[in-house]
Structure formats: C-alpha cells, structure tokens
Design a protein around this ligand. Structure first.
Ligand code: GUN
Length: 280
C-alpha cells in the first residue's frame, strides 16, 4: 500500500470543489484583501501564491503593499476601512510585520467575520468550544488530510509536538474536537520518547529539521509533518524521512501539508463570503 499522503492531489481536489461553488455564485464573487507591510522575500512569494490561487478559483483580490516604515496607526486605519467595506469578505495581513508594529494588536483589530487566517482570539475561542467557522489554515489542512485518507481519529492517542498559536495550539484543539486523546508536547516536555511511542497520530510543527526519528515511534503510526526547513540547500520537514518504514501513513515535504494551507485559506474566503451574505 502507498504510505505517502499526497497533499498536492488532495489540495487540487478541494480547489476544484471550491471553484465549482464559486462559479455557481450569481453576482458579485468573494473578495480577499491582502495586506503586506515591507518587502520580505518569503512573504512576497506567499502573497504571490495566494493571489494566484484566488485568480484560479474566481476570488477577487485587492492587494495593499505598504512600505516598511508604515506606522501602526496607518495600518489600523486601513484595517478599519476594510472591516467596514461591504465588498471585502476576507482580510489577510501577511506576517511577520515589521518589529515597530504590534502584531497582536493588528490581528485583534481584524473583524472576526473577515478573519480568513483564523488567528483572531474570537475564532480561536470558537474553536476551543467547537463552534468555529473560520479555522486556522495549516491546522485545518492537517485534519482534512487525515479525514480524506480515512484515518480514524476518535479515541486515538494524538501527539502534537509544538505549541505555537498558529499551528500547535489550534491543531490540538481540532484533534480534541475530533475526539482524540490529545497530548501537546513542547521544548519543556520531559520523556518525549515515551510520549511519541504511545502515539497513534503524531503531528510535528517545531521547525527543527528531521527531528522525529524512527526509534521514537511505534509501528503503524500516522505522521503529519508541518515543518519546512532547508538543510544543505534541500527542503526537509521536522520528521526524518526514514520514519516511513514504521509509519502506516506519512506526509512528504514538500507536497504534504504545504499545499493544503493556501487551499484552506481559499475555503475560508468562501466561508466568510457566505457568513456575510447569510448563506451559511
Ligand atoms: N506568514 C507565514 N504564514 C502565514 C499565514 O498563514 N498567514 C499570514 N497572514 N501570514 C503568514
């Protein structure tokens, strides 16, 4: 059996589903406002890819490329305008922001109804109570991969390694919402090897190249790799690829979780549009 989870294929399937749903919308199509401050190279590539995906699916994009020295209040003013613009359904502020801008404050000022990244504390709270409509994209991409590969999550021991606000914490909540028994490990965790050996599903999101090794895992485990690291010029994840021998399923890097993130963002744009037009 093929053990490799094909994230590119699943992402393309979901994109076609979204495309059809957008084609069926009569009248004004969904619109995403993308805000970037400065010209960080990685951010520019992300923004370009988001624009490309929107164009393919029929989502309109409005780009706001602001200079590096943009003042916090100017950015907050723009967000306020976008919050009040009925023609804008989603607002995405590309991170990281320059250090003179308070990122938390900016995210808090995006209307939760337009928060297509799912980063707003309101949406994280909704996720905690299993009632969120807009969920953070990488975590929901991981869950979608598990579901589309018919992985049974209910009652399983799921271990999340990493506790960031944008991946580790939300994915732990999502797995709990799917009735897994969830453990969240982090840099202060003791006896990590003991926890990894108990786990039926392991999600690693720490940004340490090839961190998870075969001796740490049990036979048949499902492995999801959120890492995207560069080692000797080559892309690699947080899971050592030799773990494939013991795993029942594993995501590759690249081509696993990566392609799902933008796809789930597109899905959130459609969801935001529907919420704002009372179509949910
Ligand atoms: N920077 C890196 N990843 C992301 C993301 O998913 N959303 C936003 N807004 N910024 C990012």
């Amino acid at each position: 059996m093929n053990k490799i989870i094909n994230g590119t294929q699943i992402a393309n399937t979901i994109k076609e589903e979204i495309k059809q749903e957008i084609e069926a919308i009569e009248g004004k199509k969904p619109c995403l406002a993308v805000v970037m401050v400065g010209n960080d190279e990685a951010s520019s590539i992300y923004v370009k890819n988001k624009n490309k995906a929107c164009e393919y699916l029929g989502i309109k994009t409005d780009n706001y490329l602001l200079p590096q020295d943009t003042k916090e209040e100017e950015l907050l003013k723009l967000i306020d305008e976008l919050n009040n613009d009925k023609d804008v359904n989603g607002i995405l502020v590309q991170l990281p922001l320059p250090s003179h801008i308070d990122e938390k404050k900016v995210l808090l000022n995006i209307s939760p109804l337009k928060d297509v990244d799912g980063f707003h504390p309101y949406n994280l709270g909704m996720l905690a109570t299993n009632s969120a409509s807009l969920k953070s994209c990488t975590p929901s991409g991981c869950i979608e991969l598990l579901k589309r590969y018919n992985v049974d999550i209910k009652g399983k021991n799921a271990l999340v390694i990493g506790r960031s606000n944008i991946v580790g914490k939300p994915i732990s909540m999502m797995l709990l919402n799917e009735d897994a028994t969830v453990t969240t490990a982090h840099t202060k965790t003791q006896n990590l090897d003991y926890l990894t050996k108990q786990a039926d599903i392991i999600i690693v999101a720490i940004g340490v190249a090839n961190f998870l090794k075969p001796h740490m895992i049990k036979e048949g485990v499902v492995l999801i790799d959120v890492g995207m690291n560069r080692l000797d010029g080559k892309l690699c994840g947080d899971i050592d690829s030799s773990c494939i021998d013991k795993a029942s399923l594993i995501t590759p890097v690249p081509g696993g979780v990566g392609p799902m993130t933008i796809t789930m963002l597109m899905k959130n744009c459609l969801t935001a549009y529907r919420m704002q037009n009372n179509l949910l």
